[in-house]
Design a protein around this ligand. Structure first.
Ligand SMILES: C[S@@+](CC[C@H](N)C(=O)[O-])C[C@H]1O[C@@H](n2cnc3c(N)ncnc32)[C@H](O)[C@@H]1O
Length: 377
């Protein structure tokens, strides 16, 4: 707490805090197919309810004095600590803005099979003052959500191997979560504080996004890990890769929505081949960056019977109309066709009903189509 006290009052724009959840009580889980103990370290063992309350109240009180008047704080937790944190926030005069549910899309299985699988963490977002307003980059969040209002349920995978190149921390957060938090509540040049910085995830995301960062961590090994993560950012290639990965939304699937005549659709379903006009004088197919990410094709006939299929191979082949006609397709308007292959026996189930005109769980393959097909807009 001493380091926290030393920070200048009213100087911080946003705080992200991932405090001890106090859940290290000998439980078990699975990692890489092996049974492992979930204990995180002595710092997570906790103590009496009075100790846990005092601990949380103390650091939350100090954090409040460090925040600027329009500043906000984000605190992560589970049922183990979140109720105490919420109580302290109310007592100290913060105003709670949201409780975000972070739904991990890849939770490890629950070995005991005695209750539902844990797949969520909660993140409370609160501002310093009850009455004074706070910073929220609403439009940026909307854009990130494909043009619709972002909700308080965030589907983001747990920390990945790609972010553990320099070593790992037992409770490392994913950069993708911090990316969203930082973009939502700060602007370039703002200062972010993390009072339980661990491996420095908040600092790495802050640096990649042009924000200033102050991190506090009691464990020397974790401080060293943070420093090597920071040092790795000096390599421009490493920096670029990390930045791109952090921005990626793994829930997004690039889908091409392909309108086919009914007769052609029947053949497509028999052969696993679908085609688009290419090389037309009107420039039917304009392949731009992003096309290489195309992973699925959605076939439909005038908006009816939409079905999604995973592409069997990435990329496409260029065929003449003759080659297509030999299979029975009625290709006739263009000198060349782009042929994509898919597995017709495996239609893909999405967890949301697809809407051909809504950009949800999809991104546009950057293709400028004419009359033969439409793309999701
Ligand atoms: C949940 S972890 C944070 C992990 C971090 N978000 C990351 O992505 O790596 C909490 C960290 O707080 C540290 N910690 C616990 N009590 C502390 C205290 N009183 N002062 C400073 N650090 C503390 C622990 O050593 C641990 O690394």
């Amino acid at each position: 707490m001493q380091r926290l006290r030393e920070i200048e009052d009213n100087s911080i724009n946003t705080i992200f805090a991932d405090p001890p959840y106090f859940l290290s009580n000998g439980g078990i889980s699975v990692q890489s197919g092996k049974q492992v103990c979930v204990d995180k370290g002595d710092w997570d063992k906790g103590g009496t309810p009075e100790y846990i309350y005092e601990f949380n109240r103390q650091w939350l009180s100090l954090c409040r004095s460090k925040l600027k008047d329009d500043g906000t704080i984000w605190i992560s937790g589970t049922h183990h600590n979140i109720h105490v944190v919420m109580r302290c926030l109310h007592e100290l005069g913060y105003k709670v803005l949201n409780t975000i549910t972070w739904q991990k899309t890849d939770p490890p299985p629950n070995l005991s099979c005695k209750y539902f699988n844990f797949s969520t963490e909660l993140i409370i977002w609160a501002r310093k003052h009850e009455k004074k307003t706070h910073k929220f980059n609403y439009e940026t969040m909307k854009q990130l959500n494909g043009g619709t209002q972002m909700t308080d349920v965030w589907r983001i995978p747990a920390v990945g191997r790609w972010e553990k190149n320099q070593g790992k921390h037992p409770t490392q957060k994913t950069l993708r979560l911090l990316y969203r938090i930082i973009l939502a509540s700060t602007n370039e040049g703002d200062t972010i504080l993390d009072p339980f910085s661990g491996s420095g995830t908040t600092g790495i995301a802050a640096n990649l996004l042009g924000r200033k960062y102050i991190g506090i961590e009691q464990d020397k090994t974790f401080c060293e890990l943070s420093l090597s993560r920071r040092a790795a950012l000096e390599d421009p290639e490493e920096r670029k890769q990390l930045y791109n990965k952090m921005r990626e939304n793994p829930q997004e699937t690039t889908v091409l929505v392909n309108h086919m005549r009914e007769a052609d659709r029947v053949i497509a379903m028999q052969t696993g081949i679908t085609y688009l006009r290419a090389g037309d004088s009107k420039g039917s197919l304009l392949v731009k960056p992003g096309f290489e990410k195309l992973g699925h094709i959605c076939l439909h006939t005038s908006g009816d019977k939409p079905e999604l299929f995973k592409l069997a191979k990435s990329g496409f082949q260029i065929w003449t109309p003759d080659a297509l006609q030999k299979l029975g397709f009625s290709a006739e308007n263009a000198p060349y066709y782009a042929v994509l292959r898919f597995d017709p026996s495996k239609s893909v189930q999405f967890d949301q009903q697809i809407d051909l005109h809504q950009r949800k769980y999809t991104t546009v393959a950057h293709i400028a189509p004419l009359s033969d097909f439409i793309s999701i807009k």
